[in-house]
Design a protein around this ligand. Structure first.
Ligand SMILES: [Fe+2]
Ligand SMILES: [Fe+2]
Length: 424
């Protein structure tokens, strides 16, 4: 249901309900492209995070089932990789035990032996259900996770971390087309502004990485809240504002190394005069780096469209930021550093030929990555839908993807989608 909601996020509530109902009635046909997109994006993000080919192979099968009723390829039996068989079973066991209790879960799993699940595995889980469920849901600390790491342990150097944080940034921003590229842009602005203010290298690194993941806590909040074209209820607003707190909590597993980042993520919506959220701290609690991240985030967000408002031009966003400075919300030095950095055209990636795509194909890719349908892109470019479709197929073939989500991720990775320019 959540996957359908995300798929139809841009429809009005009534139309969305009708679309979901229709989709459920032909669930298989509709779910196939949605889940194919999930798999393709997961594999691509996995590659950028440096995960092994074996793990990426598993990610491509994660919705397949033993009985062949899975998606998107309907693999069955031993064609489904062992890890996938285990994960799908574990997932269902947890969901079932939450819904109906451990005993009934064990019975249901046993009844599906050699159906949804490999027979031996289902019997094993069913016979040992209480022991297996012990401790599920408890917080697992970092040391326990690291102890499970197969030898040799993998560590990332700074460049590897840069790429991993960028991959996480892109994944966070995949929530909706309006936020594509938001986090990497905030990271770039914050680090650049920190450089202008001559902050030490450790602060610049913390700004770069926390800029990438500052909105990771938004993943806890329902997508429908972010896509609402209208006022939020008090409860929804409170939940949305807590994303800064959830972001800080997500970094707790980084241990001491994550403390500087966690402190910045927690404060990215705070204001000097205490008018920010969620803790409403004042200037004395805001370091120079925290002030920079807040200014960079505010400036970048106002240049992006949101469901309830249009995007501002860079000039209008700069005026708005300076108005916030005059009101005592944003630090003047931080604001000027962000604006000065944002005005440097040399940091912009010059257009270059990509994957052998023609300029027209790149244009089409930008539009569909921004959420336009093939028909809408055709109208925008004044070409026939058939021609637009032809371009899209050619783009997919050249960049090696089969779904719009993976194409959108490619566009973000290559700087083709810049927030605020998504609907040009
Ligand atoms: Fe943000
Ligand atoms: Fe945020």
């Amino acid at each position: 249901m959540q996957a359908f909601k995300r798929f139809y996020y841009d429809l009005e509530p009534d139309a969305q309900a009708r679309a979901i109902e229709a989709a459920m009635s032909q669930a298989l046909a509709v779910a196939r492209p949605v889940l194919a997109a999930h798999c393709e994006v997961a594999q691509r993000i996995g590659q950028r995070l440096g995960l092994s080919e074996e793990i990426r192979h598993n990610l491509g099968q994660i919705y397949e089932r033993w009985d062949g009723k899975g998606l998107p390829r309907g693999l069955s039996g031993e064609d489904v990789l062992p890890a996938v068989r285990l994960i799908t079973l574990a997932q269902d066991a947890i969901a079932l035990s939450e819904a109906v209790g451990i005993e009934e879960m064990a019975e249901t799993i046993a009844s599906r032996a050699d159906g949804s699940y490999e027979a031996d595995l289902a019997r094993l889980v069913s016979a040992n259900a209480p022991a297996l469920m012990e401790g599920i849901g408890a917080t697992v600390d970092r040391e326990t996770i690291l102890a499970l790491e197969p030898d040799p342990p993998v560590t990332l150097d700074e460049a590897g971390c840069d790429e991993a944080f960028l991959a996480i940034a892109d994944m966070i921003d995949m929530r909706m087309p309006l936020t594509y590229g938001h986090s990497r842009m905030v990271a770039q602005l914050a680090e650049g502004a920190g450089g202008q203010m001559k902050l030490p290298a450790t602060d610049l690194r913390a700004l770069r990485w926390s800029g990438c993941i500052h909105d990771i806590g938004e993943l806890v909040v329902p997508v429908a809240t972010w896509m609402r074209n209208g006022p939020l209820s008090v409860r929804e607003r409170d939940a949305a504002q807590l994303h800064a707190y959830y972001g800080e909590r997500a970094l707790a597993s980084f241990g001491r190394e994550g403390e500087a980042m966690a402190a910045l993520v927690l404060r990215h919506h705070e204001r000097l005069d205490g008018s920010g959220y969620h803790r409403k701290v004042h200037a004395s609690d805001l370091s120079p780096a925290a002030r920079i991240l807040a200014a960079a985030e505010a400036f970048q967000t106002s240049r992006e469209e949101r469901p309830h408002r249009r995007a501002l031009s860079s000039d209008a966003a700069a005026s708005q930021l300076r108005a916030a400075v005059r009101e005592g919300c944003i630090c003047p030095d931080a604001a000027e550093a962000v604006l000065s950095f944002a005005g440097q055209p040399s940091r912009r990636t010059p257009p270059r030929p990509l994957a052998g795509m023609t300029p027209r194909e790149i244009e089409v890719l930008r539009l569909i990555a921004a959420g336009l349908t093939a028909k809408e892109a055709a109208r925008k470019l004044d070409i026939s839908p058939k021609t637009a479709d032809h371009h899209i197929q050619s783009v997919y073939a050249k960049i090696g993807v089969t779904t719009r989500a993976a194409a959108a991720l490619y566009a973000v990775e290559h700087g083709l989608v810049r927030p605020g320019e998504t609907q040009t």
